[in-house]
Design a protein around this ligand. Structure first.
Ligand code: PLP
Length: 429
């Protein structure tokens, strides 16, 4: 009787049906970075250090709301003309236009000749997705759709391209022996790939290695890309964050555009404006003429319409204000320098501690040569594990550290733990 009653109840509520429907869904592994953050939060050790997170922290390990963002927010709050209507499908026009100038350069021929098309996206991730989706539909593939991505790269690149049916293939980028760029391997991969291959390049501050090509190396890379008619998919998530100078960090993108190479650029304001949660980004597709650009634009509109219909307005309004107002723009440049310089200072302090105070075995030049938020320390996964488990220093297994997690209060503790793990005196229990 009780069983019969249960059956009737489950029939009415549908619980039996939904259990059956999803019982074959495998449990996905948790995202490793977010898992690391959760472990850090749960740790009660007072000197714990979080070097996993890819977000800027001030010298007191706090998230930093940029002063210029506070000013822009106050202006928006008092603007009676604003409403909550939908934005156009491709976003706030004054935002996308200013964002294009920021990355391509105010005097860019591509902009003047109306060859650059811009779409506002859900931050850099959304730009990568829309760019990948657009290529999956319209690129003139030479064989099955593939994208060449650096080994290693931002882990999300794999999923983003696979989601739209483009298979990621790795190209040589990082050389563990030199803890630097495998320039020869990179060029060889560009040469070996079939003509018209798609190459994803990090525009600056390569994630996760912090290893960027020099300007001379970029020129050689561009030369092979041109000769092989490859397509460049630039991912630019850290403009200004790498060197502290917005123009310097856009150098590679602008150089490629000047060379007439076909490309697109994914842009994010998460890091350089500290607007992680606002999801402000843009996709810029640079074509050879304005007529082609118009056709590209029409198709980006169609894709965007079916995916998000219209992008969100608040973050775009903030960035638009900052980019289009000379005074706010100057203030933003100063805020960017504050972040970049603090990170650069931490690189120098860590380097000094390892080389001059602790005399840690090995060469640590890469700590000051690498650029941007991340640094590849060159330590082994077992050493990373020991740092997490024994020293309460949270970092990813590949030995990547976020420089933003270091500050004047914890850099010495970290240097000592790193020194111990390198000497083998700190071992995982
Ligand atoms: C290389 C790279 N591309 C894109 C992104 C996307 O960031 P967001 O979607 O927060 O703008 C990131 C963020 O870590 C990144 O490192």
């Amino acid at each position: 009787m009780a069983d019969r009653l249960k059956q009737v109840v489950s029939h009415i509520t549908g619980t039996e049906m939904s259990a059956e429907l999803w019982q074959n869904v495998p449990l996905a592994p948790p995202d490793s970075i977010f898992q690391l953050t959760a472990a850090y939060k749960a740790d009660t050790f007072k000197d714990k250090v979080n070097l996993g997170v890819g977000a800027y922290r001030d010298n007191d390990n706090k998230p930093w709301v940029l002063p210029v963002v506070k000013r822009a927010t106050a202006i928006l709050l008092n603007d009676e003309t604003l409403d909550h209507e939908y934005l156009p499908i491709l976003g706030l026009p004054e935002y996308t236009a200013a964002a294009a100038k920021l990355i391509l350069g105010a005097d860019s021929a591509a902009i003047q000749e109306a060859r650059a098309v811009s779409a506002q996206t859900i931050s850099g991730t959304g730009a990568n997705h829309l760019g990948a989706l657009f290529l999956s539909r319209f690129y003139n593939w030479n064989g099955p759709p593939k994208v060449y991505i650096s080994n290693p790269t931002w882990a999300n690149h794999f999923a983003i391209f696979r989601n739209v049916g483009i298979e990621p293939v790795e190209y040589a980028y990082y050389d563990p022996k030199t803890i630097g760029l495998d320039f020869t391997g990179f060029i060889a991969a560009l040469e070996a790939a079939p003509e018209r291959s798609v190459f994803l390049l990090h525009a600056c501050a390569h994630n996760p290695t912090g290893v960027d090509p020099t300007e001379e190396q970029w020129k050689a890379i561009a030369q092979v890309i041109g000769a092989k008619k490859h397509y460049t998919f630039f991912d630019c998530a850290y403009q200004g964050f790498a060197s502290g100078d917005l123009d310097k960090d856009a150098w590679a993108v602008r150089y490629f555009v000047d060379q007439g190479l076909p490309l697109l650029v994914c842009q994010s304001f998460a890091k350089n404006a500290g607007l992680y949660g606002e999801r402000v980004g843009a996709l810029h597709v640079v074509s050879t003429n304005s007529e082609t650009a118009n056709r590209v634009k029409s198709q980006l509109s169609v894709l965007q319409r079916s995916e998000i219909s219209n992008p969100p307005s608040h973050g775009a309004r903030l960035v638009s204000l900052i980019l289009n107002n000379a005074e706010l723009f100057e203030e933003w440049r100063r805020d960017i320098r504050t972040m970049a310089e603090r990170i650069i200072q931490m690189r120098h302090e860590l380097y000094r501690l390892l080389t001059q105070e602790l005399h840690t075995p090995g060469n640590w030049d890469h700590i000051i040569n690498q650029i941007g938020m991340f640094s590849f320390t060159g330590i082994k996964p077992s050493q990373s594990q020991a740092l997490v488990e024994v020293a309460h220093v949270y970092l990813t297994a590949n030995g990547r550290i976020s420089m933003a997690g270091l500050n004047t209060h914890n850099v010495e503790y970290f240097a000592r733990q790193l020194d111990a793990v390198v000497r083998g005196t700190l071992s995982s229990s």
